[in-house]
Design a protein around this ligand. Structure first.
Ligand SMILES: [Zn+2]
Length: 360
C-alpha cells in the first residue's frame, strides 16, 4: 500500500475506506446517522466508531477525525493507514483504542470547517446552563471578515480594515479575535452555537459508552490549517495539571495556547472538555495534532470566502467552485510529500501515546 492510498478525495470515499479497513481487521463499526443534514452528493452522513481491545480496558486511547469537517481528509487518512498497516495490534490487556471517523460528517462532505448549523464544534463544548460570553474582540472584527460581496467594493473595504487592524495591533491579536470562538454572530466565523450540536451530543454518548469507567483517557484529535506546511504540532489541551505528563509522553514537543507556545490562540469550548466529562474518573491526557497547510492569512481568507459563499453566493457558480477549491487547499494539501509527512508523524505520535498510556 502506498501512503497516498490511505487518503481520499471525498467524504464518501473516506468513509468507504475506513469501513473496509475495519472489516479487513474484523472490527465491528457502530455508525451514528446525522439525520439533520445530507452530504454534498445527497448521501447520508455518519459518525462511525470502531473499538480495538477488551470491553473492560481501563486505559483508553481515542483517535478522532473530522471535528472540523474538511480537515477530516487528513485524520481519516491516518486512521485508515493505522488499520491497514497493522498498527494498534498487540495492545496491552488493559488498553483499548477507539477510532472515531468524521465527528462532523456534514463539514467533511461539504468541505467546510463548520457543521450543518454553521457551528465550529471545537467551540461548542460549553456549559449552556451558564450565560455565554459577549465576545467583544470578535464583534470588532466581524464586519471585516464577513463582507457582503466577495469580489467588489465591500470586500475591498473589509480587507483594508483588516490590514489597518493588524497594523495597529498585530497578526496574532487579529487571529485571536477571529478564532477564539464566539456566540454572538450565528452567521459569523468560529461560531460556537447556543446549544450542544448533534456532533457534541453524539460524541458524548460515544465516549460515555466506551470510556465512562476508564482510569486513564488519552485523546488525539487530528486537525489541519495551522503552522508550517506538513509539520504536525502537538497542542496540549485540557487540565493544565496534566501538561508535564504530556511532555513526558511526547518527548517535550508539546505546545500550549495557555502559555503562548502554540500557533493556536486561546480558544474556549473545545471538544476535549466534553470528552473528559464523559470519563470523569479518569486521568486525562489530551492533545490536538495540528498539521500545517498554508499561511494563516490564506487559511483565514479561505474561511471568510466559504462563509460568504454560504450566506450570499452560489456554490454552482464559477466563483463558488473556485472558493470550494480554495477551502479544500487550505485544509488538505493533495500531494504525496505532504501526505507522507502527515502519515509519518501521525503513526509516530499514536505509538508514543500508547507507550505513555502503558507507563502510566
Ligand atoms: Zn481544526
Amino acid at each position: 500500500m502506498t501512503v497516498s492510498s490511505f487518503f481520499s478525495a471525498t467524504y464518501s470515499e473516506a468513509r468507504d475506506k475506513f469501513l473496509k479497513a475495519c472489516a479487513d481487521r474484523s472490527l465491528a463499526v457502530k455508525s451514528h446517522l446525522n439525520d439533520r443534514a445530507k452530504g454534498a452528493e445527497g448521501e447520508d452522513l455518519f459518525m462511525d466508531v470502531s473499538r480495538i481491545g477488551p470491553e473492560n480496558a481501563s486505559k483508553i486511547l481515542i483517535l478522532s477525525s473530522g471535528t472540523h469537517g474538511g480537515e477530516g481528509f487528513c485524520g481519516s487518512g491516518i486512521q485508515v493507514g493505522l488499520l491497514q498497516e497493522g498498527f494498534l495490534k498487540g495492545l496491552p490487556d488493559d488498553t483499548a483504542v477507539i477510532l472515531i471517523h468524521a465527528i462532523n460528517p456534514y463539514g467533511f462532505s461539504h468541505v467546510r470547517r463548520v457543521n450543518e448549523d454553521n457551528i465550529d464544534l471545537n467551540r461548542n463544548f460549553r456549559d449552556y446552563s451558564k450565560s455565554l460570553p459577549d465576545n467583544k474582540p470578535y464583534r470588532e472584527v466581524h464586519d471585516m471578515i464577513v463582507p457582503t460581496d466577495w469580489d467588489g467594493p465591500a470586500r475591498e473595504a473589509a480587507d483594508q480594515a483588516i490590514q489597518a487592524y493588524i497594523a495597529d495591533k498585530d497578526l496574532f491579536t487579529f487571529q485571536a479575535a477571529v478564532t477564539g470562538g464566539q456566540h454572538v454572530e450565528p452567521g459569523g466565523l468560529f461560531y460556537g452555537g447556543q446549544a450542544p450540536s448533534w456532533s457534541n451530543e453524539t460524541l458524548r454518548a460515544v465516549v460515555k459508552e466506551h470510556a465512562a469507567a476508564a482510569k486513564h483517557l488519552a485523546f488525539i484529535d487530528f486537525h489541519t490549517g495551522l503552522g508550517p506546511n506538513g509539520y504536525g504540532e502537538l497542542i496540549y489541551v485540557g487540565d493544565p495539571a496534566g501538561i508535564d505528563r504530556a511532555k513526558d509522553w511526547y518527548d517535550n514537543e508539546i505546545t500550549s495556547p495557555a502559555d503562548g507556545s502554540s500557533t493556536s490562540a486561546i480558544v474556549e469550548g473545545t471538544i476535549d472538555g466534553g470528552v473528559c466529562e464523559m470519563a470523569p474518573g479518569a486521568v486525562h491526557t489530551c492533545i490536538a495534532l495540528e498539521y500545517g497547510t498554508l499561511p494563516v492569512m490564506d487559511v483565514l481568507n479561505a474561511l471568510r470566502a466559504d462563509n460568504w459563499l454560504y450566506i450570499y453566493g452560489d456554490i454552482q457558480s464559477d466563483l463558488g467552485r473556485q472558493i470550494k477549491k480554495q477551502v479544500r487547499d487550505a485544509f488538505y494539501c493533495d500531494n504525496d510529500e505532504w501526505k507522507g509527512k502527515i502519515w509519518e508523524r501521525g503513526h509516530t505520535v499514536v505509538s508514543k501515546a500508547l507507550a505513555g498510556l502503558d507507563r502510566s
